[in-house]
Design a protein around this ligand. Structure first.
Ligand SMILES: Cc1cc2nc3c(=O)[nH]c(=O)nc-3n(C[C@H](O)[C@H](O)[C@H](O)COP(=O)(O)O)c2cc1C
Length: 288
């Protein structure tokens, strides 16, 4: 009986054999046969015999009402499954959180895993495919030297820094199981505006962090004052046209980060409503 219900619903909606048959992708004869089958199975006359216009008997009306309820319930269930499937597809993106170095433990990602994260970063939206960024990988054996450079940078900024602050600066170079630098490297001589190159670099960084998360690592990007230090930048091999965006700490998650505070979508989403056209002269200066 179940397979005939869509035909009865179509017939009830159209009230016309030919139209309903078209709606169901059947010929009129096939639809009529299907309804006869349904009547035999149900044991009652559902449709008043006749050509063209279709009337339903009381039993037919009752069956259609029940079928509508059933279809509504099935629809609701299907919507629920679809929503759950959609959420599970993007779950890795919804679940990522930054994990501070003190919550990380070893082992960090190996070279192949880092390469995969970089490959993911290379798949971010990127106007002109310029990949205006690069990643510095700090090998374990060079982390102590990096700590010296962090200490020197701290002392340049604050020559009287207490030992505890200097230790904290050094720790940033040595603490997390893996450490990388993310460098924004805008390309000159291109039509792509600088701001779009920065956005592409940000998108790449986002992909990198999401790939790390999906590979089971926790991580965080931290910049701090040292990223603005020209001497440290030069010591890390940056050109004067490049920017050290931040250091990426990576490792296994020893302690879960706190839950993310939900942000209402309305804070970042609005429907555009067309307004009157404006002449450029009517606009005030743009705040940059
Ligand atoms: C380029 C860049 C530099 C950042 N530098 C810092 C930083 O110096 N200190 C800090 O607390 N968070 C910094 N953050 C933010 C954290 O990496 C992290 O995104 C933030 O704490 C929000 O956590 P969530 O990623 O779980 O939403 C930086 C993020 C980016 C993209």
């Amino acid at each position: 009986m179940q397979e005939f219900l869509p035909y009865l619903l179509a017939l009830h909606g159209a009230r016309d054999w030919l139209q309903a048959a078209r709606d169901c992708g059947l010929t009129e004869a096939e639809l009529r046969r299907a309804v006869q089958h349904a009547q035999r199975e149900y044991g009652q006359v559902l449709v008043v015999a006749g050509n063209g216009h279709v009337d339903f008997t009381a039993a037919g009306e009752e069956l259609v009402a029940r079928a509508r309820e059933l279809a509504g319930a099935v629809d609701a269930l299907q919507r629920c499954f679809a929503e759950s499937r959609r959420r599970s597809v993007v779950a890795p993106l919804l679940q990522r959180r930054s994990v501070s170095p003190k919550r990380l433990t070893g082992p960090g990602p190996d070279a192949a895993e880092i390469d995969l994260m970089i490959e993911a970063a290379l798949h971010a939206p990127d106007h002109g495919s310029l990949h205006p960024w690069r990643v510095l990988v700090f090998a374990q054996e060079h982390r102590a030297r990096l700590a010296d450079l962090f200490e020197q940078e701290k002392l340049r900024r604050d020559p009287l820094a207490p030992r505890s602050d200097i230790e904290r600066a050094r720790e940033h170079a040595t603490r997390s199981p893996a450490l990388l630098g993310f460098v924004v490297s805008p390309r000159a001589r291109t039509q792509v505006p600088l701001r779009e190159q920065w956005l592409a670099a940000g998108a790449a960084l986002g992909n990198f962090m999401n790939a790390a998360h999906q590979l089971g690592f926790g991580g965080i990007v931290l910049s701090g004052e040292r990223c603005f230090d020209a001497v440290l930048g030069a010591e890390l091999g940056l050109a004067s046209t490049e920017w050290l965006a931040g250091f990426i700490s990576l490792g296994r998650i020893a302690q879960a980060p706190p839950q993310r505070k939900p942000v209402a979508l309305d804070a970042v989403r609005a429907q555009w409503i067309p307004g009157p056209s404006l002449a450029a002269a009517e606009l005030g200066p743009r705040v940059s």
